[in-house]
Write a protein that binds this ligand. Structure first.
Ligand SMILES: [Zn+2]
Length: 380
């Protein structure tokens, strides 16, 4: 059954699925479309930390295991500066070869392209299965993807195959992206009116620690050891955030919090910088918590998946991107992963977000060629 990629993208954009809201209605709609195409659909629900219902799904067309998995998320970032939008962010609008709306590029358009590509195949024509994964919460913490990786029976049978994360790359083939690191450091003080000298200012203990963090940042940005030439930029910053939540200047701050984040790169061992931070925190009487450490994505540029992807997309060289995707979760089980999708990341998260209709159509074409290669020809 042929599906129209522009209409399907408009339908998806029409659901307000900002990450803080539920994504259940839009995901149910996708599940319905997939079922109408002959997909078997597994639902993975959870309640997020704010008590909001979330739903991720894994659809499967065809028999067997492995094959090809096309992955997207259906949550979107908020449509801020709403007065600057030309139309409603949650009502798709086509004008001069572009489809406008929140999520059109990131990434309801790419999701629609993957579904429309799969719609060109019937289960009986496939020698290996096609899976379509749709996750919740990619824009905030990747919980949906971690949940799929942990709990999904279908993803577990797909993991030996190849995966494409359909985030917008202008249909360039991305073989590696950075991961993430988050550290929280807390200093405790005692509240008192500053006129009494009875308080303890929590910021004071933080100051020498911050000076040390500045040194680490300098090192992270200049040392060859923390550089990977495959990326642009080749370094990541030791990003330092500080907050004492103090509302009155005449009261000594009781809490001071420093948040460090860093984009991990494959091939760069960041452990010495983490240990130096831990030691410095202890030396200055601060509480240290390593919250997140997720490795980036890396599939060899010489792998069959990357080489095949280059042929299909007509590109000469694969590339890397400095941002992360749900791939940080999926890579724990699926080893052959690339990022490749229609549209440009430059439009993601912007006012009047758009995707070119030409990219959407090319996306359908590229994904259908991937399915043909991996699931019909059965060469892998
Ligand atoms: Zn995205």
């Amino acid at each position: 059954m042929p599906l129209d990629v522009v209409k399907l993208t408009m339908d998806l954009v029409g659901y307000n699925s900002v990450s803080e809201l539920t994504n259940v209605p839009v995901t149910r709609y996708v599940a319905k479309v997939l079922k109408s195409l002959g997909f078997k659909v597994e639902e993975l629900r959870y309640t997020d930390m704010n008590g909001v219902e979330k739903l991720s799904i894994v659809g499967k067309l065809g028999k067997g295991t492995g094959g090809l998995t096309l992955m997207s998320h259906d949550d979107v970032v908020p449509a801020t500066n709403i007065e600057d939008w030309t139309g409603s962010p949650f009502k798709g609008r086509v004008s001069k070869g572009r489809l406008y709306g929140r999520g059109s590029a990131d990434m309801k358009g790419p999701l629609a392209a993957s579904i429309c590509a799969a719609a060109q195949f019937r289960a009986k024509d496939l020698t290996a299965p096609v899976y379509i994964v749709v996750t919740a919460d990619e824009e905030i913490n990747g919980h949906g993807a971690y949940d799929v990786t942990r709990r999904s029976k279908l993803f577990n049978e797909a993991r030996k195959g190849c995966g494409i994360i359909c985030e917008p790359t202008g249909l360039r083939v991305v073989y590696a992206h950075k991961g993430g690191l988050a550290i929280r450091i807390e200093s405790k003080g005692r509240a008192a009116h500053t006129s009494t000298l009875k308080g303890t200012n929590a910021n004071l203990k933080m100051i020498p620690f911050l000076a040390e963090m500045k040194k680490i940042n300098d090192l992270a940005l200049t040392s060859r050891r923390y550089r990977n030439e495959e990326f642009k930029p080749a370094h990541s910053e030791w990003s330092i955030g500080i907050n004492d939540h103090n509302t009155a200047t005449n009261i000594s701050p009781v809490q001071s919090v420093c948040r460090i984040s860093y984009r991990l790169m494959p091939g760069v061992d960041i452990t010495p910088l983490i240990e130096r931070t831990r030691k410095s925190a202890h030396k200055h009487g601060l509480k240290f918590q390593l919250l997140i450490r997720t490795e980036g994505l890396y599939t060899s540029p010489d792998s069959l998946l990357v080489r095949t992807a280059l042929k299909i997309t007509g590109s000469r060289k694969p590339t890397t991107v400095p941002y992360g995707t749900d791939g940080v979760a999926f890579r724990k089980k699926m080893k052959q992963l690339i990022v490749c999708g229609p549209g440009s990341i430059a439009q993601a998260h912007t006012v009047d977000e758009w995707i070119e209709l030409d990219q959407l159509n090319r996306g359908v074409d590229v994904y259908s060629r991937f399915i043909d290669q991996f699931c019909v020809n059965g060469r892998l």
